[in-house]
Design a protein around this ligand. Sequence first.
Ligand SMILES: Nc1ncnc2c1ncn2[C@@H]1O[C@H](COP(=O)(O)OP(=O)(O)OP(=O)(O)O)[C@@H](O)[C@H]1O
Ligand SMILES: [Mg+2]
Length: 275
Amino acid sequence: MAMFGKKKSESSSSAKGMSPIGKDLSFAASEAYKLLRTNLFFSVPPGDVGRVVGITSSVRGEGKSTTTINLAYALAVSGKRVALIECDMRLPVLATRLEIDPTPGLSNLLAGLSAARDVLRESGLHKNLKVVPAGDVPPNPSELLGSDRMKLITETLVQEFDFVFVDLPPIMAVSDALVASSFLDAMIVVVRQDVCTRGMLRETMRQLSVVGDKVIGFVFTCARAEKRSYYYRRKYYRYGGSYGYGYGYGYGYGSSHHRSRSDKSGEGSTSDANH
Ligand SMILES: Nc1ncnc2c1ncn2[C@@H]1O[C@H](COP(=O)(O)OP(=O)(O)OP(=O)(O)O)[C@@H](O)[C@H]1O
Ligand SMILES: [Mg+2]
């Protein structure tokens, strides 16, 4: 099934009051996302067909959407063809962040109300990065995400793109991210300092392990060195400054099959940078 993009905006600036995205990122933040990109290659190397990678967190507002957009952008800049699907149909932000039309989107496609060529759009950030915004808020997001149609959409996209990123709702809020596990190759968990507690993360990992061990790593957001606890220090490494993006994979949460794919020579390596 061929899909076509429709450019809605030339703007690459981030929405007012939100953290920067795309080419508006600071040098340090941009380098951190490049390191995250490298670590992703170690965990899920590009293959004959693309990879479907979900991004979730424990609770709301930990930086999932920002991380998804910037990681997708970092890959697009490196020459990979990337699709970003906004699967958080309850609280969509992608259209606002990218300054594109919010509809039609994923919900419209899943409901059979729109065609694929109408919902897959230019991101306005990079020509290699296409996006599918969430669309109209549906009454039954979980059911839509668990439908055969959703599986078909991702199966189709991986034929055309090297990576398909899926921006998900948080684990502890709704079941959507757990439902989405069935069509993901890998999952990244965003952890925001002062928001996600150790107990929350433990519960998140427990729930994710029930639906399959797909977690390949963590992105640590808004980290301040002086506030970082031992719990985090032993898992993440960072260079000083006010805020951080961190990434590392595996870290004692099961033995993901993704790690064995690349022998994980970089296991334990992390990246981090500041705004
Ligand atoms: N690494 C970061 N450093 C500083 N601020 C950030 C970072 N990532 C996200 N933010 C800010 O935190 C807020 C929430 O970010 P974002 O929308 O990406 O989170 P989210 O996890 O997707 O939220 P939701 O659960 O509501 O979908 C935004 O104001 C964003 O600009
Ligand atoms: Mg979000």
